[in-house]
Design a protein around this ligand. Structure first.
Ligand code: ZN
Length: 195
């Protein structure tokens, strides 16, 4: 069952805060027995980190159905986009928080690929944000440049400077996810799926 994953992305933390916050979260997760400080590269499939924390003695408390043994938990620090599901690099749609209009990027089920022309402004905005911490995309409906971190994305696409990848973990328990968010002190986005 190693090809399932659960992910929690902090969508508010800044690049500067992400490192210290990651350390505090690891301290908390170790204290709870969910993970250990021991690192392993086994079954960590993150694109940006190659090892994670070995599950702790109480890992089962974090999941709703502990029916299989999980792999390590990778902590991903740094501004990036995170994708769920089959790992497309584009969001299916982006919703403008100013005018509440949805820009369709992948026109399912007509198409399984992003419309490059539609996606380009978002891709550029994300690249600028990764580089400098600021980036925006102009909404084609209202014409307003909206910061890339304020757009609402389709499920499975999130921007953030801190993410926790629970590789091979069964679905996380709702109360654990709520407590996790409280410890972070920020809004989060959760992904799960097979890859
Ligand atoms: Zn708009």
């Amino acid at each position: 069952m190693g090809d399932f994953f659960q992910r929690i992305v902090d969508v508010e933390v800044t690049q500067e805060e992400a490192g210290p916050l990651a350390e505090r979260m690891v301290d908390w997760l170790v204290a709870e027995g969910v993970i250990t400080r021991e690192m392993s590269g086994d079954a960590v499939y993150s694109l940006t980190v190659d090892e994670g924390h070995v599950p702790g003695p109480n890992w089962a408390r974090a999941v709703s159905d502990p029916s299989w043994e999980p792999a390590p938990v990778a902590v991903v620090v740094g501004r990036d986009y995170h994708v769920g599901g089959q790992g497309e690099d584009e969001a299916e749609w982006a919703n403008c928080p100013r005018c509440d209009t949805k820009t369709v990027i992948i026109d399912y089920p007509e198409s399984f690929e992003a419309d490059d022309e539609v996606w380009q402004p978002f891709e550029d905005g994300i690249a600028a944000w990764k580089e400098t911490g600021e980036g925006s995309a102009v909404c084609s409906a209202c014409g307003v440049p909206v910061p890339i971190t304020e757009w609402e994305w389709s499920w499975g696409f999130a921007l953030g400077a801190l993410a926790f990848d629970f590789w091979g973990w069964p679905p996380l328990d709702d109360s654990f996810v709520a407590e996790f968010g409280k410890q972070l002190g920020h809004r989060t986005d959760e992904h799960s799926g097979k890859f």
